[in-house]
Ligand binder design. Structure first.
Ligand code: ADP
Ligand code: ADP
Length: 227
């Protein structure tokens, strides 16, 4: 069971005179795909980074399966992240790029091998494991970034505009792949985007934010088909 509760969360960055996140309150169910939308600067990334533990929470609590996580280090949160800038290590092979996070965590060699090959199969990267990132297309490189998250086998995925660096055509196909992946793995997911189509096709529920506040939470139909 993996539920994520954000209980009345606030964030004020040091030196700022207003809250970047203001009373964010959301209860995420197991396997739910949540999408945060809203204009630039409204607090989407900050909220995501607080869930990941990359930013401190000023006020409120974050719970994973009803355990308070505010003071738990990022590496102990069992969360996998995919960023917009999917910085792959250019000098390493695709295999080593995907294995990197597991090596850091001292996984056994054959466990790493099993996970990397399984992720490569899911993502259609089996024939590219010995190549370097420079030899791959943009879409393939983004798939490697997804692979790095998948191998972690974490019950929670956080994705911060993972497709916004891709061209329009690739975005459409990668969006479908992310939907399939979620169906297959059932990972509880928070996904940040500017793109309404991504929100509509991927989300179980959409969270609409505006200047640090949650404006609306609902299914894509509820949010986008209002009279
Ligand atoms: P979004 O992801 O929706 O574009 P952010 O979470 O990045 O929004 O930013 C929310 C607000 O917090 C913005 O006003 C931004 O300027 C401010 N902010 C973000 N990061 C920092 C930081 N490290 N220090 C100070 N203010 C920040
Ligand atoms: P991963 O295997 O998921 O890439 P790493 O072991 O490389 O994770 O990183 C350790 C922790 O640092 C992770 O838990 C993640 O939350 C955080 N992290 C990973 N990449 C970034 C990034 N580009 N910016 C900020 N924090 C990151």
């Amino acid at each position: 069971m993996v539920e994520v509760d954000l209980n009345h969360i606030y964030k004020r960055y040091p030196g700022n005179d207003r809250n970047s996140v203001n009373d964010f309150d959301l209860h995420i169910k197991e396997k739910e795909f949540i999408v945060f939308v809203g204009p630039s600067g409204c607090g989407k990334s900050t909220t995501l980074r607080m869930v990941a533990g990359l930013e401190d929470i000023s006020e409120g609590t974050l719970e994973i399966d009803h355990k308070v996580m505010n003071d738990v280090a990022p590496k102990d949160r069992d969360i996998a992240m995919v960023f917009q800038n999917y910085a792959l290590y250019p000098h390493m092979t695709i295999y080593d790029n995907m294995a990197f996070g597991l090596k850091l965590r001292h996984y056994a060699k054959d466990e790493i091998d099993k996970r990397v090959k399984n992720a490569a199969k899911i993502l259609g990267l089996e024939d590219y494991l010995d190549k370097k990132p420079g030899e791959l297309s943009g879409g393939q490189r983004q798939r490697v970034a997804l692979g790095r998250a998948i191998v972690r086998d974490a019950p929670i995925f956080l994705m911060d505009e993972p497709l916004s660096n891709l061209d329009a055509k690739l975005r459409v196909s990668m969006r479908a792949e992310i939907a399939k992946l979620h169906q297959r793995l059932g990972t509880t997911t928070i996904y940040v985007t500017h793109d309404q189509t991504e929100a509509m096709t991927l989300a179980d529920r959409v969270v609409v934010m505006s200047v640090g506040k949650v404006q609306q939470i609902g299914t894509p139909l509820e949010v986008y088909n209002k009279p």
